[in-house]
Write a protein that binds this ligand. Structure first.
Ligand SMILES: *[C@@H]1O[C@H](CO)[C@@H](O)[C@H](O)[C@H]1NC(C)=O
Length: 261
């Protein structure tokens, strides 16, 4: 897991956020809705519903989740707001309602992100017995499944192709972050080198999603990139004991690339 690609990606995301911030600061109501695809970084409440389909308990429905902002658990994997919530607020839009858990209209946008979601379809992992031991993960909430939900919602938002182009042309789309869950699931059973071989498949899946959204009329699409995965607690924990002191960056405590190749 290299550190340079995520660094560049993070700067790109920050740049995009700066652009968004300047749009809203100028007082332009640039977008009337947000449509989001992703995993726990952006799930505003779908997780408990998806987990219930599989009779899985959802830890996010008890404290400390929601404690510092909403005052109660909301299904977010956070004690407060997510970046997506802050962007929505910054653009003068409501928090993006979770598609699986919201009873009202989605005219102001919809969030299809589900915690734990993969870019690649669940079958890809189950066919390879990953993560194994009869695990229900990953659940059937991949990017393609989220796109199918989006497609089934579309008729309630716009009728003709032209109407849809106009509607989605005024929406802001987010596709991602995707990839973290694919790679971490693979790492449970495969080497880093084998896990790296997933990268082109993940990238292709995300690219195809973007193309499909553009066909629906999407014009503004943000692609949040991977986190610096060598810094994430699951990665640091799973290599603990296998990696020596030299494998960690002295300043950040993150895993360096060579310990994981
Ligand atoms: C996964 O979800 C999609 C969309 O809801 C559905 O069409 C498909 O049948 C599901 N697949 C499985 C294996 O449950």
């Amino acid at each position: 897991m290299g550190s340079c690609l995520p660094c560049a990606a993070t700067s790109l995301l920050l740049l995009q956020l700066a652009v968004l911030a300047s749009l809203s600061a100028a007082g332009h109501r640039r977008y009337h809705s947000i449509f989001n695809f992703g995993d726990s970084f952006a799930d505003t409440g779908n997780k408990p519903v998806a987990y219930a389909w599989y009779s899985l308990p959802s830890n996010v429905m008890r404290p400390p989740y929601g404690e510092t902002f909403f005052g109660h658990p909301t299904g977010r994997s956070s004690d407060g707001r997510l970046i997506l919530d802050l962007i929505a607020a910054g653009l003068g839009l409501p928090f993006v309602p979770p598609y699986l858990a919201h009873g009202g209209s989605f005219g102001g946008g919809a969030n299809f992100a589900v915690a734990g979601a993969t870019a690649l379809d669940a079958g890809f992992f189950h066919d390879r017995d990953i993560p194994g031991a009869g695990s229900k993960f990953p659940l059937n909430t991949s990017l393609d499944v989220q796109l199918a939900w989006f497609k089934s919602l579309t008729p309630s938002l716009c009728g003709t192709a032209q109407e849809c182009e106009e509607f989605f042309g005024g929406s802001l789309f987010f596709v991602g972050e995707f990839g973290v869950n694919d790679y971490f699931l693979f790492l449970k059973k495969r080497s880093v080198r084998q896990t790296r071989s997933l990268v082109p498949l993940v990238v292709k899946t995300i690219s195809m999603a973007i193309e499909r959204l553009m066909k629906h009329g999407a014009k503004s699409i943000v692609i949040p990139e991977m986190i610096p995965s060598g810094c994430s607690p699951p990665a640091v924990t799973s290599f603990y004991g296998r990696a020596g002191p030299a494998d960690y960056d002295a300043r950040t405590g993150c895993l360096r690339e060579r310990s994981t190749s």
